[in-house]
Design a binder for this molecule. Structure first.
Ligand SMILES: *Cc1c(COP(=O)(O)O)cnc(C)c1O
Length: 365
């Protein structure tokens, strides 16, 4: 970069740590010498059954890509309202729930403000906090990845502006009991519960919104509805907060293809929830299989993935060996996750292939 330009760039962003995403699967397939349609892609918690078949039919017929989407998201908010029971005035949609997490952070966090999260957890909370010039306060989860509620009270000070809690947590998969969430909400700080995996856990804190005006909930169509590539999520807010979020977000932040896809998905809910049920059953079958493998220790999960600890060998090596066999899994070179891999739940036929491949690799170690 030209030195004369560098001095104009925000200093704190020159060394900013990007969100780390896995390498694209076509590049990984090529490296592994496996054809792309043989790859088992279980590294990003995507839905390998794909979206509702109604989505591609509707998009193929869609004519008015030349017209901007509805800035008020009226039809979208109405559908989400019917699904969640939250009034349309309390709903804002976004280009992926990550974008909402970012807008929420921008609403509350400025230079030097504190944001609490519970590590290890989803990296976007750190990402958006630091982009806003805020300071991330990481409260460590215990050995079972449970949240230490007592530690929060100690960590909070005048500069604390926001709390993020993923429930179920990613990448660990565990739920925080509602009584602990209530204790956090009782602190009175703006609190965002990320329910990206709600459809798999079946548990939500939406009913608490009536009592807690500091509660915000973020959800996504990426995982359960198979729409990760179309980028669509939504937030549930008290109406005054929703109004502000709506005001500060970029206009037209949901594209027409995503809006049409959501409409079709919501009209095909029974089909999609049947898929969710299949994925949950496979999750439990994969968990049992991993548990029976002597050198693996899976953590219980309420989401569409399982974090699994290795009792021998190296997780980074294991990821590489699996990749060579066309199975893409996630490895996090992060504190407390170094000995772990994370496996998303794929289709029913993938479970046995994954277990057999793991056992074969383990036998050679
Ligand atoms: C996958 C995931 C999301 C989803 O992000 P999108 O931007 O909606 O695709 C949000 N939060 C967590 C914890 C996730 O794991």
């Amino acid at each position: 970069m030209a030195q004369e330009l560098k001095k104009y760039i925000r200093k704190e962003l020159l060394s900013f740590g990007a969100y780390s995403s896995p390498v694209a699967s076509d590049a990984q397939a090529e490296e592994a010498g496996v054809s792309l349609n043989k790859i088992i892609k279980i590294d990003q918690n995507e839905n390998l059954y794909g979206p509702s078949p109604r989505v591609s039919r509707a998009l193929a017929k869609y004519k008015t890509f030349n017209i901007y989407p509805d800035a008020e998201q009226t039809a979208f908010r109405k559908q989400i309202s019917e699904y969640t029971g939250v009034s349309p005035d309390g709903i804002v949609g976004a280009n992926g729930s990550n974008q909402l997490l970012d807008i929420i952070t921008r609403l509350f966090v400025g230079e030097g403000d504190g944001v609490i999260n519970f590590a290890p957890t989803f990296d976007i909370y750190r990402f958006s906090t630091q982009i806003c010039g805020g300071e991330l306060i990481e409260i460590q989860r215990d050995e079972k990845f449970a949240v230490d509620v007592k530690a929060i009270r100690k960590a909070v000070d005048k500069k604390t502006k926001l709390i993020f809690l993923a429930n179920p947590n990613a990448p660990t998969g565990n739920l925080t009991p509602q009584k602990d969430i209530v204790e956090i909400l009782d602190l009175g700080l703006p609190t965002c519960i990320d329910e990206a995996y709600y459809e798999f856990s079946g548990l939500t804190v939406v009913p608490l919104m009536k009592k807690y005006p500091n509660l915000m909930i973020v959800r996504t169509f990426s995982k359960w509805a198979g729409l990760a590539g179309l980028r669509i999520g939504y937030g549930l807010f008290p109406t005054d907060i929703a109004e502000l979020i709506h005001r500060i977000k970029i206009p037209y932040n949901i594209n027409v293809a995503a809006l049409a896809a959501v409409q079709e998905s919501m009209e095909d809910l029974a089909y999609l929830m049947e898929r969710v049920k299949t994925i949950v059953a496979e999750r439990d079958r994969l968990y049992a299989g991993l548990k029976k493998t002597s050198w693996l220790r899976p953590y219980p999960s309420k989401a569409n993935f399982i974090l699994c600890k290795l009792l021998k060998g190296s997780a980074a090596d294991l990821q590489e060996q699996l990749q060579k066999k066309g199975i893409l899994v996630r490895y996090f070179a992060k504190p407390r996750l170094e000995n772990c891999i994370r496996l998303s739940i794929g289709r029913t036929e993938h479970t046995d292939i994954i277990l057999n491949t793991l056992r074969k690799i383990g036998d050679t170690w």
